[in-house]
Each structure stands twice: as structure tokens, then as C-alpha cells.
Write a protein that binds this ligand. Structure first.
Ligand SMILES: Nc1ncnc2c1ncn2[C@@H]1O[C@H](COP(=O)(O)OP(=O)(O)O)[C@@H](O)[C@H]1O
Ligand SMILES: [Mg+2]
Length: 320
């Protein structure tokens, strides 16, 4: 007998934007006998009088069997704290959250990402996070005298927004800007120059501890985010790329991660991990990848977090 759509266990796709990614996840979930239902974390709420203490719109009095975090909208410190709090509360309520709030927190904070990568012995550019303007200037001068320029990044930035190169940039001395625009915090990362003309980044997607697809991002600009017009180009997933990306995702405790890397002939691995994205988009990567990425994410969620073997359907009395 075919179970009706209503009887299918429901997975929350937590997102502030419905579109291509949420459609792909819903299709992949449906193919495995689950219903993917979108909810915006901004609309989820704590309610100590609700049976679970939480209200997830679209789930009535119940909680989802699992949650996939696809997007968290920007907001005030209070709003973000509550949205991440909902993810923590789901975990406390035994709902697997993919990626877990702790992993998302580690990756949205670029200084924590740098700290964890360096501590795990993974090649990553030297980085500093500090509040003192005087100290930031001293680091800048020390780095400049060693021939390095630095990238000043908004600590919670994404899509290449707000990055500036400072120090010795193309032969010119660029001073530290007013840190007010950076929340009075200097997150500085040593700039990794391209090895030749026409530089590129790599983006590697890691799902369940395994690198599944890679691409290069080419641009004439030094900031090579697809959102900033970089071209995505298919790239082979070499063992070196796979190994360092898997290690980076592991160091941050990610279920799935988009790892950004740069080529660097001075690094032991020949690569530098620049950042790890815990709420990674994969549309550009899907165009050049050989695997169905949404299906890989759903299969991994079901296998590792819900104990449902590949190809198996959910049990009618629950999911395990
Ligand atoms: N240290 C660096 N050296 C060289 N290029 C960098 C460096 N940091 C960032 N970039 C460039 O800027 C882009 C965006 O930086 P990233 O740290 O990934 O921030 P975002 O979260 O905005 O994507 C990178 O993909 C890369 O092209
Ligand atoms: Mg990036």
C-alpha cells in the first residue's frame, strides 16, 4: 500500500528563502519517503506552553523528525541568538539538526574557523581577531615589512561582501580603515597571492565527512565569489583537495560544508583553507558536479543521523 503524503515523516527545511535549493531537497526527501517542509527560523518560536516548548510553523504540535538548515537571515544580535537557540533546542529535543547549531556558530565566526583549522594542523592563512586598533596597526606593519598584505573581513561576512585588502597592496600602502564598519573588530587574514596570472579559488563540498564535488571559481577580481560574478569551472576532485577539505569539515564538526581553498605553493599541502561555510549553497557546483548533491545530503542525513540505510524507507511508526 502506498502511504499518503500526510503519513510521510516530515523533515524541516529551515530557510529564509524558498527556491531551487529547497525544491531539490524536497525532491530528494520525497524520493526517500519523507516530506520536506520549509520553515523560516525567523517564524519559529519558543513557547513554554506548547507540548515541546517550541513552535515550528507547519508542524502543528509536533516536531520534525530532522531539520536541514538551508538559510538563516541576518538580523539583530537578539534575533540571531533566538534563531540559533531554536536549533540548539531542537537538538536538545533529540531532533537531528543538519548542520548542528554549534557547527554553524563555529563557521559563521571566521575567527573561530581560523582558530580551529590552525589548531587541527590544517594549512590555513595566518589570521588574527582583535579589538585594539593599535595592535591591528602593529600587525599590519609587521606583516607589510615581511612582504605580506592582509585581508580585513567582516567577522560574520558572506558572499565576498565588505572585504578589503590593507597593507602593501599592489605597491601602494593601504591603511587600516575605521573599524566602526567592522563592528569594531579586526579580523585579519594574510592575503594569499595567486601563483601566476589569473587566480582562482576552489570550492569543495563535503557531505558526511566525504568530499563529493569540486569546482574552481575564476575571476579577474581578487574576490572570487560566484555572487560577485566569478565563473564556476568544473575541476577534478584531487586526493589532496579531498583530504584537506574533509579535514577542515571535520575540524569544525560539520555534517556538510562548502570549503573555500586557494592554491599556495608555499604551503605543505599546496593549498590553504580560506573559509568553511556551514550553510553552503551548491547550485553553481551542481552545474559542474557529477553527483546529485541534494540526494547526497539527504542520504547522509538519513544514514548517519536517523540510522536509515541507503535505499530503505522510513518505518510507518516513526523513522528509526
Ligand atoms: N586570505 C585571502 N587571500 C586571497 N584571497 C582571499 C583571501 N580571503 C578571501 N579572499 C578572496 O575573497 C573571497 C571571499 O572571502 P571569504 O573569506 O570566503 O569570505 P565570504 O564569506 O564573504 O565568502 C574568497 O573566495 C577569495 O576569492
Ligand atoms: Mg567564501
Amino acid at each position: 500500500m502506498i502511504a499518503s503524503a500526510r503519513a510521510r515523516p516530515r523533515v524541516a527545511i529551515l530557510t529564509d528563502e524558498t527556491g531551487w535549493h529547497t525544491r531539490k531537497l524536497r525532491e530528494a526527501l520525497a524520493a526517500r519517503g519523507f516530506e520536506g517542509r520549509c520553515a523560516d527560523l525567523a517564524d519559529c518560536r519558543f513557547d513554554s506552553r506548547a507540548p515541546s516548548g517550541l513552535v515550528i510553523p507547519g508542524f502543528g504540535r509536533e516536531l520534525p523528525v530532522a531539520a536541514i538548515v538551508r538559510g538563516i537571515a541576518g538580523g539583530s544580535l537578539e534575533q540571531i541568538t533566538k534563531r540559533l537557540g531554536i536549533l540548539h533546542a531542537l537538538r536538545e529535543s533529540a531532533v537531528p539538526v543538519y548542520n548542528d547549531a554549534r557547527a554553524i556558530e563555529r563557521s559563521v565566526d571566521k575567527s573561530m574557523t581560523s582558530f580551529l583549522l590552525a589548531r587541527a594542523g590544517i594549512d590555513t592563512p595566518p589570521a588574527w581577531a582583535l579589538e585594539s586598533v593599535a595592535q591591528a596597526r602593529r600587525i599590519l606593519m609587521r606583516e607589510a615589512s615581511a612582504g605580506h598584505c592582509l585581508v580585513l573581513k567582516p567577522m560574520f561576512g558572506s558572499q565576498g561582501r565588505g572585504l578589503v585588502r590593507i597593507g602593501l597592496v599592489d605597491g601602494e600602502c593601504v591603511p587600516l580603515p575605521d573599524l566602526a564598519e567592522f563592528g569594531h573588530l579586526a579580523y585579519l587574514q594574510r592575503y594569499v597571492p595567486p601563483p601566476g596570472t589569473g587566480g582562482y579559488d576552489w570550492r569543495v563540498l563535503v557531505v558526511g565527512g566525504r568530499a563529493v564535488a569540486a569546482m574552481q571559481r575564476h575571476s579577474d577580481h581578487w574576490i572570487r565569489n560566484v555572487a560577485r560574478g566569478a565563473r564556476s569551472v568544473a575541476a577534478p576532485l584531487t586526493p589532496a583537495l579531498a583530504q584537506i577539505s574533509e579535514a577542515a569539515a571535520g575540524a569544525l564538526g560539520m555534517d556538510y560544508a562548502g570549503v573555500d581553498l586557494l592554491p599556495d605553493t608555499t604551503a605543505a599541502s599546496g593549498l590553504q583553507v580560506m573559509e568553511v561555510n556551514g550553510v553552503a549553497a551548491w547550485r553553481a557546483l551542481q552545474r559542474v558536479a557529477g553527483v546529485d548533491i541534494a540526494a547526497a545530503i539527504v542520504d547522509d542525513l538519513l544514514a548517519r543521523r536517523l540510522g536509515i540505510a541507503p535505499g530503505a524507507s522510513p518505518r510507518r511508526d516513526g523513522v528509526r
